[in-house]
Design a protein around this ligand. Structure first.
Ligand code: NAP
Length: 256
């Protein structure tokens, strides 16, 4: 008996596809189990997939994800809206290859948070000062709006809007990038993306995080009382159920 769950975007098309997928998989003997699915089908876009990962974070080691995009191709989605029957056929008849990708772990005030794409410290109210330590070494003092740490998967998301580098699928790397840094005679920081070894630990210290926000994927929290935010790659992984191989170049080409 195989158990599945569905996370669909709340638009008409995605809700329709959700119904079709649910009916067809049930007909084929799969059991809908919202609480403990072995396979989570995400219907919508890359954003829907992120939402699904956060929803099932507590059982992330015991389930895998498969996504259908109701718009363009996407980076986490392997099927389009025209390929729903093919997707169901594959799920019912094939064994997937599991591709696992580590999540970012963010620790702040003794709480751990996880992200697929990136974490950002942002302060849009006033200049944020950040002492950036990497593996315990003071790397720089940053002044500006904030900092973004992205994973390989997140390199095409917010990081790309910051003009960070796109990192190809399969390369497990971390990317540190400034968000509107102030650079002049008095203040200077690296100013360009730093792509680093995935085992690095990055720490952001500040005496004043007032008005700053910690964003991680589509989630956020206020940093008002924090003194330090720590980021590294975690042991927790997202498992993708791969029934087909889509060339990364095709995904990238279809992005814009
Ligand atoms: P969202 O509406 O769920 O996503 C914003 C856009 O980012 C959507 O077009 C989404 O694609 C796309 N996206 C998400 N992950 C991606 C990835 N790994 N590669 C390429 N595109 C990706 O927004 P949200 O709920 O606020 O935040 C979720 C994520 O969106 C964040 O992790 C952040 O990276 C990204 N975001 C980007 C910007 C920006 O570039 N300025 C601003 C806000 C958020 P779909 O349409 O397929 O869902």
């Amino acid at each position: 008996m195989k158990k599945f769950g569905i996370v669909a975007k709340k638009d008409e098309t995605s809700i329709q596809i959700e119904q079709i997928v649910k009916e067809k998989l049930t007909e084929k003997g799969w059991v809908y189990d919202k609480k403990n699915p072995q396979l989570v089908l995400c219907i919508g876009g890359d954003g829907t997939f992120l939402y699904a990962v956060h929803k099932y974070l507590d059982i992330i080691d015991n389930c895998s994800f498969l996504a259908i995009h109701t718009g363009t191709l996407g980076f986490f989605t392997d099927y389009t809206i025209d390929e729903v029957d093919e997707c169901i056929f594959d799920v019912v008849n094939k064994d997937p290859i599991i591709r696992s990708v580590p999540l970012l772990k963010i620790v702040c005030e003794n709480e751990a948070y996880y992200a697929v794409n990136e974490m950002r410290i942002e302060n849009v109210v006033r200049t944020q000062l950040l002492d950036v330590k990497i593996d315990g070494v003071l790397f720089e003092t940053f002044r500006g709006t904030g900092m973004c740490v992205s994973t390989q998967s997140g390199s095409t998301a917010y990081n790309r809007s910051l003009k960070g580098a796109v990192i190809e699928e399969g390369l497990n790397l971390l990317q540190l990038h400034e968000i509107t840094g102030i650079h002049h005679q008095k203040y200077r920081s690296l100013g360009v993306p730093y792509i680093m070894d995935p085992h690095r630990k990055i720490e952001f210290f500040s005496d004043n995080f007032h008005d700053a926000i910690l964003c991680y994927d589509q989630k956020h929290l206020l940093l008002d009382h924090a003194k330090k935010v720590e980021v590294s790659l975690s042991d927790k992984k997202v498992h993708f159920a791969k029934y087909r191989n889509i060339n990364y170049l095709e995904r990238l080409r279809d992005l814009y």
